[in-house]
Design a protein around this ligand. Sequence first.
Ligand code: COA
Length: 416
Amino acid sequence: MGKALEGVKILDMTHVQSGPTCTQLLAWFGADVIKVERPGVGDATRGQLRDIPDVDSLYFTMLNHNKRSVTLNTKADKGKEIFVKLIKECDVMVENFAPGALDRMGFSWERIQEINPRMIYASIKGFGPGEFEDCKVYENVAQCAGGSASTTGMRDGVPIVTGAQIGDSGTGLHLALGIVTALFHREKSGRGQRVECAMQDGVLNLCRVKLRDQQRLQHGPLKEYSQHGEGIPFGDATPRAGNDSGGGQPGRILKCKGWETDPDAYTYFITQAAVWKNVCDVIGKPEWKEHADYAKPEARLTRLNEIFGVIEDWTMTKTKFEVMEICNPLNIPVGPILSMKEIAADRSLRKTGTVVEVDHPERGPYLSVGNPIKLSDSPADVERSPLLGEHTDEILRDVLGMNEDEIVAAKAEGAV
Ligand code: COA
């Protein structure tokens, strides 16, 4: 049996991170992803954050697996001609250029529909229609404008951006779902459609619980926030909640054995109400099980600093993995703070293909993150990213049916 998206051709005009994340996922599901890059230049990330001179960066290689690369100058006449043929041949076109760039090339949505009415045209922009629609947007801008930064960090500190690329990779994920949904729709309608995802919207979708809290604030304090227990009044906007757990069950990051020298010797610890008695036993406070000040979740809310202080006295006597081993069988939710070094060596992640070693002809072996979405009938084998223009001839010949003379002529004109 073939891969889930086998037979689907993607015209991949994406660059940097958000768009490439989306098309990489589609490639892992079996789509033929044809990445169009400017001749001699390519995706800017090929040359960004390079660790080895003159070799495609890890930034690029880790976002462009399983794709084919064709170079094409879509602003030159001959290049446009070839581009039109590609639009006719492909099912989906994906782009994350700055607003208006594709229109300026002469390929508006109306024109694309004219060329291929079955085309699904998917794009990522920083903002949706409105005041900021013309802005160029990068990851941290989206995190700030989408409500993540204002709700991340310590209550009395500055807003913080998170290391998880929720603006770029997060929006790429949203777009991939939109594309697959549009493909499903096309089965019934016979028509393509436009799919749009704004990074601000993608981030906000991931910050949904914070807009929930914004509305709850109108009806009283957010009792599960540590600041409530500390007697600090709320303002009129959802505050930064430090490491509080968002789900109403108090949680904190606590030191573990070795924290003095290891910056990642910490555990997340949740005092879930249903297992409170187990928590009391583990930390050596059996008397708290029935004590009026500690037995009920409501009573504990004003004592969380004291309670987590006692729990931390216990976690500091254990490694983060020992905490996990002791708490897991008791259903106490805990999680070790894993460093990237530990994740890179994690045997389970290697086994499932979530962390994979990939070989590259110019850089040699490197580690990457494989497909985190596992389909039992459509396994995602990770193949290295293409070199710039590696498949130009093959695509012009096999996908577009151009003969050798036509290919030579296109090259002579600088179109590919
Ligand atoms: N042939 C000819 N020209 C090409 C081309 C090709 N194959 N591929 C790209 N170009 C041109 C574009 O048409 C554009 O030209 P124009 O400005 O004359 O219209 C130019 O290259 C640069 O494109 P642009 O998207 O403006 O790149 P940038 O480096 O200036 O901006 C971003 C980068 C990411 C800020 C911007 O693309 C953007 O805001 N994208 C949407 C949001 C997004 O995805 N952000 C996150 C990225 S991780």
